[in-house]
Design a protein around this ligand. Sequence first.
Ligand SMILES: Cc1cc2nc3c(=O)[nH]c(=O)nc-3n(C[C@H](O)[C@H](O)[C@H](O)COP(=O)(O)OP(=O)(O)OC[C@H]3O[C@@H](n4cnc5c(N)ncnc54)[C@H](O)[C@@H]3O)c2cc1C
Length: 509
Amino acid sequence: MHTDARNLDNESLIAGDLCIVGAGAAGISLALQFIGAGQRVLLLEGGGFDYEPAMQELYRGEIVGLPYFPLQAARLHYFGGTTGHWAGFCSTLDPVDFVVRDWVPYSGWPILRADLEPYYRLALPILQLEADEWSADAWQRRDATLVPFALDPRVAWTKMWQFSPPARFGTLYRQPIVSAADVHLYTHATVVEIEANESASAVTGLRIRTLEGKEHRVRAARYVLACSTIQNARLLLASNRQASTGLGNGHDRVGRFFMEHLEMPSGNLVTLGAAPATQMYAFEFGRTKARGELALSADAQRDARMLNATVSLDPAPLTEAGKSTFEWATPDVVSHMRTDRVVPDTATATTKTPPRTFHLLTRQEQAPNPLSRVTLSSERDALGVPRARLDWRLTELDRRSFRIFYEVLGRELGRSGLGRAQMRDWVLESAPTAWPTSLGGGWHHMGTTRMSTDPKQGVVDPTCRVHGVANLYVAGAAVYPTAGCANPTLTIVALSLRLADHLKQRVVP
Ligand SMILES: Cc1cc2nc3c(=O)[nH]c(=O)nc-3n(C[C@H](O)[C@H](O)[C@H](O)COP(=O)(O)OP(=O)(O)OC[C@H]3O[C@@H](n4cnc5c(N)ncnc54)[C@H](O)[C@@H]3O)c2cc1C
């Protein structure tokens, strides 16, 4: 069922059993699990079915601290959410991402990778991913041209990624949701406040507003916030009628630990010797189903006391890379690059030269940092809600890990005779907190309502329920205690499916 909240009489009451706020990757994945489940599900979406500038404007926020993308551009505010322009890169978090690492402050999830395993599997068809295979060997068995580099597994490995077409949730799942008898989608229904009982221990309702000036109330037994990381924190902080510092924020954790993936060009690689097969690492948008990236083993990370990271190999012809990026190379490396082997391609009766020189793009997790945070701005949006204020901050560990990554990987590439890696100048520089102008994130927002068994350390418990609030849950990457180096959406969907199981098992109070 679908209703446009602008067409309801002013001050309507909307009622159901379970209310999901936000119809993006997290909210839609969750709602799909309740089709035919015998509960009345409300799915509240702030936007309509299409992009509207006035809706995006509600996302505008203040940026303090490190420079960041404008918030109104970093997320989409309509049915389908930011899957309207995501790129579809998917990988799983690694086992090391879930454990406590004594060199990474605030690390460790209260669940393990094994707890997510079945949900990763179930998430594949939702994201239109090909196979439940995440090892390089498995992909090589499927396609003999995918040959991983022969690296010492105690040091480095090939981490596999898969590529969604990309799945646009707004297009793919509009019909199943709208035609479901037990899921009622309300569009143009922006939640502006979560109302709680006097002790702020349970949600009693939601207030929604439209840009046309209507206001409605929503009542359900249980509520799930799935508005994306920054908006989830903003809504909790702005819901401060009963709890003056914001709902679920008794221990000043809401909004803290905002994390991004640091995605930056950081180095170059030239392969040496008999040219190794590089098809495993090649990527063509819209065609490649899976590819490998180079990563360091959990042991190597522990030994070097560094964060998790992965690096993609993007072929960079000598003519392009030439003077600036490869002038570091010793004469023997340069002459090797110039004598590229010409390989006959029997399929096309032509010859082609396998790439030997690559730019290296790093994706590194950001260390959890309580000072990297979302708070409220003094400015309000058109619906009267304080805007988000993002103070993105990085630490010395973030900066140092970039350099160590290339030192360790470079040594292993040299030892194995595969090639030589070169760091960009900024990676080499030793200033502990200096970042280059190319500093950038992956458009991935994580943290702000982190998961912990301890209410003093986190906002949600391992089931994703807000500590101290009986009937309020959070879906999405806001619950991540650490970010790993994999893009977030596959894990977001897996966590939503896990939450659906939990909500289905629990009897409505
Ligand atoms: C350019 C770009 C490229 C990306 N590429 C990748 C990639 O390759 N791989 C990857 O894994 N991730 C990628 N991402 C990130 C990915 O898009 C997000 O991880 C994912 O969409 C987050 O899902 P979500 O449901 O938490 O949030 P969203 O998809 O943003 O959905 C949130 C929903 O909540 C609604 N909403 C917000 N506030 C309210 C409110 N107050 N009331 C009612 N509704 C509300 C919004 O309208 C929206 O529909 C990319 C992002 C960008 C911007």
